[in-house]
Design a protein around this ligand. Structure first.
Ligand code: NAD
Length: 254
C-alpha cells in the first residue's frame, strides 16, 4: 500500500461495526495499520475476531450512539486503550420504518433522528475534544443517497431527513474544525449489500439493474473512508463523496 494511505499507530473509532458497512470500514482501516475501537449496540466479537486473525488490534464496547454519556465513554475507551484518537467514523444508523409521512408516528420519527443524526453529533462532540487538543484528526459521517432523493414512493421520510441533516452537520463542523487541524467529510453511498436482504433472484436482478458497476460491498465504503482519513486527502474537508456504482447516471431519479 502507498505510504500516503497508511494509518500505522493511529486509532480509529468506528460506530456500528459489529456487521455490515461498519465492519467493512473497520477491516479496511485495520489493514491500513490503525487500532480499531468499535461502539455498537450489539456484540462485535465477529469483527474483532476477523481483525485479530489479520494481525490487527481492536477493542469494542456495547453502547448506544444516541446516549451522550455512551459517546463520551467510547472516546474514553479509545484514549485509555491506545493513547490517541485520530479517526472517528460515524457509521451506526438505523433504517426507519417505510411508509408515508402522514402515517409516521412520533416515536418512529424521534428514534430515527436520535440515532442517525443526534448520535453523530454526540460522538463528534466527544471526539473533537481530544482531537482539538492535539490539533489533528479526521471524522467521516456515513450519510446516504437518501439525503437527496426519496428513492421510492414507499420510502422513509425520517431516514431521508436524518441523512440530509448529516450533510449540514458535516459542512458546519468542517468549517469550524478546519482551522484547528481537524477534517470532517461525509460519504453518500447508494445501495450496499451489507447483509442478507432476503431478495429472491428476481428481486435481486431488479435491484441491480440501475447499477452499471453492480451493487456495492462494505469494503467499497471502507476504501472511500480510508481515502478521507489518510494524508492522501489532506486538502479535502466539508465534502460528501457519492459512492454509488454509477447509479445516479443510469436512472431517472436525479
Ligand atoms: N446498506 C446500504 O445500502 C446503505 C446505503 C447508504 C447508507 N447506509 C448507511 O450506512 C450505515 C451502515 O449501514 P448497514 O447497511 O451496514 O446497516 P446494518 O444494519 O447492517 O448495521 C448497522 C450497525 O449499527 C449498529 N447500530 C444501530 N443502532 C445503533 C446505535 N444506536 N448505537 C450503536 N450502534 C448501533 C447495529 O447494531 C449494526 O451493527 C448506516 O448509517 C446506513 O444508514 C447504508
Amino acid at each position: 500500500m502507498n505510504e500516503v494511505h497508511r494509518l500505522d499507530g493511529q486509532t480509529a473509532i468506528v460506530t456500528g461495526a459489529a456487521q455490515g458497512i461498519g465492519q467493512g470500514i473497520a477491516l479496511v482501516l485495520s489493514e491500513a495499520g490503525a487500532n480499531i475501537v468499535i461502539g455498537d449496540i450489539q456484540d462485535a466479537s465477529n469483527t474483532l475476531r476477523q481483525i485479530e486473525q489479520n494481525g490487527g488490534r481492536a477493542v469494542s464496547m456495547l453502547m448506544d450512539t444516541s446516549i451522550p454519556s455512551d459517546a463520551e465513554a467510547l472516546v474514553e475507551l479509545a484514549l485509555s486503550q491506545y493513547g490517541t484518537l485520530d479517526v472517528l467514523v460515524n457509521n451506526a444508523g438505523i433504517d426507519a420504518p417505510r411508509g408515508t409521512i402522514w402515517g409516521l408516528s412520533n416515536e418512529e420519527w424521534q428514534r430515527t433522528i436520535d440515532v442517525n443524526l443526534s448520535g453523530v453529533f454526540y460522538c463528534t462532540r466527544a471526539a473533537l475534544k481530544p482531537m482539538l487538543a492535539v490539533g489533528s484528526g479526521c471524522i467521516v459521517n456515513i450519510s446516504s443517497q437518501a439525503a437527496r432523493a426519496a428513492g421510492d414512493p414507499n420510502g422513509s421520510p425520517a431516514y431521508n431527513a436524518s441523512k440530509a441533516g448529516l450533510i449540514g452537520l458535516t459542512v458546519a463542523s468542517s468549517a469550524q474544525a478546519a482551522p484547528k487541524g481537524v477534517r470532517v467529510n461525509a460519504i453518500m453511498p447508494a445501495l450496499v449489500e451489507s447483509r442478507d436482504f432476503g431478495w429472491s433472484p428476481e428481486e435481486r436482478a431488479a435491484q441491480i439493474r440501475p447499477y452499471p458497476l453492480g451493487i456495492g460491498k462494505p469494503g467499497d465504503i471502507g476504501q472511500a473512508v480510508l481515502y478521507l482519513v489518510s494524508p492522501a486527502s489532506r486538502w479535502v474537508t466539508g465534502t460528501a463523496l457519492h459512492i454509488t456504482g454509477g447509479y445516479e447516471r443510469s436512472g431517472p431519479w436525479f
